[in-house]
Ligand binder design. Structure first.
Ligand code: MN
Length: 739
């Protein structure tokens, strides 16, 4: 292993030094038990990791010690978290068991260590990022400290990533950008978020990063001079306020400067707001607001403000807890300068977010922003119907989006994610208000349910008892809460309908002298369904006609026995909704078999090649499941035609209608970093106007492979889809899956 060569004595010294540094960094109050626990955790970790080294060659134990120090010093966490941080890698990497930790430190610390161990295993499995998200968020709800310690762990790994091979660096950087930076943002850990973004950029775009870092360094003296010049005329008036204050002029992060250069297309030299001037005043809670506005007045007496740039996050904090008063003024030399005015308490919350917020919890009368955020996380996670793609959507719109501020008719403030609709608002107040919503007024005018809320809107809801959600409503909401409520209402509706179907089936089977319990699953299977409720629902919708049951089953001793004569000898099914097999979600196309309407046959589209309208197809008569339609290019076709020629029948499409088909495509391409799934989804659904049924993507080392199921109308549209997909910059190959 390469790296610095130290002898044992020197290494011991190094470890002791790191440990002492950790102890010094602890700000929380501790009693003797806390101190003993930390000491014990340290000793266990030293012993357990004694044979391990980091990629850099240094003793492994330095990592957990440093993670604990970050928790203590940079997040301000207390002894419980420090103990858990010291132990965070022992269960996964060493002989120490969770039970030992439980016995020595108790349940809470064991729970946190367990959560951390599970999060660690996360990236080794080939599961989509959305699944990983779910795991992180579940842990978050169990004990926030798990995620905070994980952030410290990730931060230390990112700071020391240099020793890793390049492809691992890229992978870790991508995960950090995808999960940890947004999560840090949402938890208000501002300094973590910016450092995550900067460190990730250092890996993904080393040249741009290096250039901006160098230029920031070069212009540092000039910035300091300018900030002093800006503050000089303010100092006397600020002193007169009578509260201690400090000022800073920290530059923006390298990542955000780079972003500006890219989006605004301007060179570094032309970015005027490289830094913001911050005035932080140490003032009692009660006087915070008053003093901040007084400072605002002092600043704008000297430097002319730009009216529309005033942002009052004190009266209405951001959803991540951020409080501050922002204004942009015209400073010396006519340059625009952003000024941020806040108290020490607000500053701590701005830097440490949730961790600091915890400390001040309950001391002011603001609604608890994190509590309501945790509630929405909970709602999304608890929605059992949400599949991965939906989850990712819910997640993006609800957890990381900016917010929109609207009012109830009584003037109560409601915070919703940006993009939320009038119907979302109804569900956010109360599910019943959502379910029975018949009309919505915004600022006294009627709006459509899907109206996108704007800041300051006053929204009122009219309800009616007869009203209930429909499938269509799902298109008019974006919040996880509304989506999950609508989905479960519809599921309930389906269940109610199914009750009717179940009753008719019970009656029918009683008449046939067939035992219900023992035979219902035979029917489920026969009709190609997966569960009983689906069968009941299909019966209730009259898509399965019970009167035809006797054509397909004989009754033998109270049991249904499938009649096994050859399919093509079977009498054609009666007109209308006959007893044809139901292929879930697949509307049958217009097809001719041997020149006759295929509806006369009991047919279904073969799963192996999934034909769509326009494909060259043939029908193959199976022994027990009717005619199967295969593509002539189906890999099974040659075999079928060669060996069972007599069972092959001619089949052809007649005209295109409104029917659609599910087709599966395999796509591969270059993973240009985070967000590939969103970009693809967007291109497919918005640019190509296609309907995605499911989407799974798996990326590794700059390369991704995925499977998309699309709904297409016909062969033509399929070809357009394949062509469109191939033209996307990140896609290299698109192949129809033949199974
Ligand atoms: Mn670790």
């Amino acid at each position: 292993m390469p790296g610095t060569v130290l002898n044992q004595e020197e290494e011991k010294k190094l470890i002791m030094h790191a440990y002492r540094k950790l102890l010094k960094s602890i700000k929380a109050k501790m009693d003797n038990t806390d101190r003993n626990n930390i000491r014990m955790a340290y000793e266990i970790a030293v012993e357990a990791h004694s044979k391990q080294r980091r990629k850099s060659g240094e003793p492994y134990i330095l990592h957990p010690i440093e993670v604990a120090r970050i928790c203590a010093e940079e997040i301000g966490l207390g002894p419980t978290a420090i103990v858990a941080a010291l132990l965070h890698d022992v269960v996964e990497d060493t002989e120490v068991t969770l039970k030992e930790i439980h016995d020595r430190f108790g349940g809470r610390i064991a729970l946190i260590v367990d959560g951390l161990t599970k999060l660690d295993g996360l990236y080794n499995v080939a599961s989509p990022q959305a699944e990983n998200f779910k795991k992180v968020l579940k842990t978050l709800l169990e004990d926030v400290r798990v995620v905070l310690i994980k952030m410290a762990d990730r931060l230390h790994n990112m700071r020391t990533l240099g020793a890793m091979p390049r492809h691992k660096q890229l992978k870790i950087a991508a995960e950090t950008t995808f999960i940890y930076a947004p999560l840090a943002h949402r938890l208000g850990l501002y300094s973590f978020k910016t450092e995550f973004q900067d460190l990730a950029m250092k890996i993904t775009e080393p040249e741009m990063y290096g250039e901006i870092a160098r230029k920031l360094q070069e212009t540092k003296a000039e910035r300091t001079r300018y900030i002093n010049e800006f503050l000089k005329p303010l100092n006397d008036a600020l002193k007169e306020i009578g509260f201690p204050y400090r000022t800073t002029g920290r530059p923006k992060s390298i990542y955000s400067i780079a972003n500006k250069i890219k989006t605004k297309n301007v060179p570094f030299e032309e970015i005027y707001d490289l830094f913001a001037v911050r005035i932080i005043v140490d003032v009692p809670l009660k006087k915070e607001k008053q003093i901040c506005w007084q400072i605002y007045s002092i600043v704008t007496d000297v430097h002319k403000p730009i009216a529309e740039r005033l942002k009052d996050w004190i009266t209405t904090p951001k959803a991540n807890g951020y409080e501050s008063l922002h204004t942009t003024v015209i400073g010396p030399e006519g340059r625009y300068v952003e000024v941020q005015i806040r108290s020490e308490r607000m500053d701590e919350i701005a830097e440490k977010g949730f961790a600091a917020h915890w400390k001040y919890k309950g001391i002011n009368d603001q609604p608890d922003v994190f509590d309501s955020w945790f509630d929405s996380v909970r709602e999304i996670l608890e929605n059992p119907d949400s599949d991965t793609v939906e989850f990712l959507n819910d997640f993006k719109t609800n957890l990381f989006a900016e917010e929109v501020y609207v009012y109830t008719p009584k003037g109560d403030l409601k915070i919703l994610p940006k993009g939320a609709t009038a119907l979302d608002f109804a569900f956010s107040i109360h599910s019943d208000l959502g379910y029975h919503c018949t009309a919505i007024k915004v600022n006294k005018k009627l709006v459509p349910f899907g109206y996108q809320l704007q800041n300051g809107d006053q929204v009122s809801i009219t309800t009616g008892n007869g009203q209930k959600p429909t499938e269509n409503w799902l298109k008019m909401v974006v919040t996880g809460k509304a989506r999950s409520k609508i989905r479960s209402a519809m599921k309930e509706e389906r269940r109610k309908q199914g009750e009717i179907g179940k009753e008719s089936l019970q009656r029918k089977l009683r008449n046939m002298k067939v035992d219900f319990e023992n035979n219902v699953d035979i029917l489920v299977k026969y009709f190609g369904l997966t569960n009983r409720p689906d069968l009941y629902f299909e019966i209730a919708m009259e898509r399965i006609a019970l009167s035809d049951l006797k054509n397909y089953f004989e009754v033998d001793n109270g049991r249904l026995v499938e009649i096994t004569h050859k399919e093509h000898e079977k009498k054609p099914a009666p007109e209308g909704d006959g007893l044809s097999k139901i292929k879930k979600d697949l509307v049958k196309p217009r097809l001719l078999i041997n020149g006759e309407s295929a509806d006369k046959y009991e047919y279904s589209l073969a799963n192996c090649c999934k034909p769509v309208m326009g494909d060259d197809v043939f029908a193959f008569l199976t022994i027990s499941s009717g005619a199967k339609i295969h593509r002539t290019s189906c890999p099974n076709a040659t075999n079928l035609m060669a060996n069972y020629g007599y069972r092959v029948m001619k089949a052809e499409w007649v005209s295109s209608g409104d029917t659609s088909f599910v087709i599966d495509l395999k796509i591969t391409g270059i993973d240009k970093g985070p967000g590939v799934i969103e970009r693809l989804t967007h291109s497919i659904s918005t640019d190509l106007g296609l309907n995605i049924r499911s989407f799974y993507i798996d990326g590794r080392e700059g390369y991704f492979e995925g499977k998309i199921s699309l709904l297409v109308l016909n062969k033509n549209q399929l070809n357009v889809a394949i062509k469109g997909l191939k033209n996307l910059p990140e896609v290299s190959t698109v192949v129809r899956i033949e199974d």
